[in-house]
Write a protein that binds this ligand. Sequence first.
Ligand SMILES: Nc1ncnc2c1ncn2[C@@H]1O[C@H](COP(=O)(O)OP(=O)(O)O)[C@@H](O)[C@H]1O
Ligand SMILES: [Mg+2]
Length: 349
Amino acid sequence: MLTTFKLRDFRCFAALETEFASGTNVIVGPNAQGKTSLLEAACVLLRLQSPRSGSLAPLVRIDAAGFVVDGFYSGNHLQFYFSPRRKKLALDSVEQRTAAEYLKIGRVVWFSNGDIALVRGAAEERRRYLDFVAAQLDPGYRRNLRNYETALRSRNRLLKMPHPRWREIAAFDEPLLDSGMALTQARRVLIAALEPHAMESQLAIGGAVGETLGLQYQPGCGEDFAANLEASRKEDLRLRQTRVGPHRDELILKLNGLGSELASEGQQRTLALALRLAQTRLIAAQTGTLPLLLLDDIFGELDPARRNALLAHLPKGAQQIITTTHLDWAQTEIERVFRLENRTLTGIR
Ligand SMILES: Nc1ncnc2c1ncn2[C@@H]1O[C@H](COP(=O)(O)OP(=O)(O)O)[C@@H](O)[C@H]1O
Ligand SMILES: [Mg+2]
């Protein structure tokens, strides 16, 4: 669990320090006080990445050079300094050259009021969902993803040159294929592992007896990545970008056998929650530890039935940090309540 937690120059906060309790922590505050920022900082401390975007640069407070997040998680001291020019990591006060050991300490699931985009948004939203959990279950995943993105960027840059040369472009095919096939395999395995948890969660939250939920993987590289990459050269040249590969993966969600775009609004909301709950359960099942649950302002718009079902199905004993604009919904047991106003967090009970 996350206990002492400090940050400096993170989004709207110049400095903040607090102490979280085990169990349920609730942060109450009006809009634009920094609730999302605070949860994002907790996520960055544990995972060195934001669940919302690929880049950390926008998280540095305007006018500051870099941010610091610092905290104790399960007795381990985590410290991370980030500026667009330099990153520094320490685990138990020992500077780390790689993130491998650091990232073994804590895992996170992020629920947010924007999660409906997992169902209604572009494929990229679902890839980010998969990547966020995959990196927490498989330490090699991040490296493959980075290598793939680097090769893809280089290849696309060459395709955009006034006179692209295939000999140069093809030099990136090997790293693209190697890392791309590893990603495809990892995502395939992950989706198969998530599916039963998502199905159970959908039933638990929606309460619709007999409803079925299917998670299907549609790999952007097709059946044979190497052959399809080769075959798409003409198209790549015409469109000046790489047209096949896991950057075009899709996770298809099927409710009662139908595409989720046809589901009712209520079913879609349940589905978004079910996907997050499924991540929680999968992390618990595969690592034997409960992730830190960050719930960002999701109770405002959730009807009481879904809200109570979700709260009832969050794993017992998981530490939760919940942000909210009002406490009307809170009938569950809450260990600590904080008020966030004027960039200051005050424990009120
Ligand atoms: N890099 C940054 N530097 C300074 N302020 C920022 C930065 N990023 C976001 N903010 C500001 O932080 C404030 C709080 O945002 P947020 O955490 O989303 O609030 P809440 O979730 O409480 O509504 C916003 O007013 C936003 O403009
Ligand atoms: Mg917010």
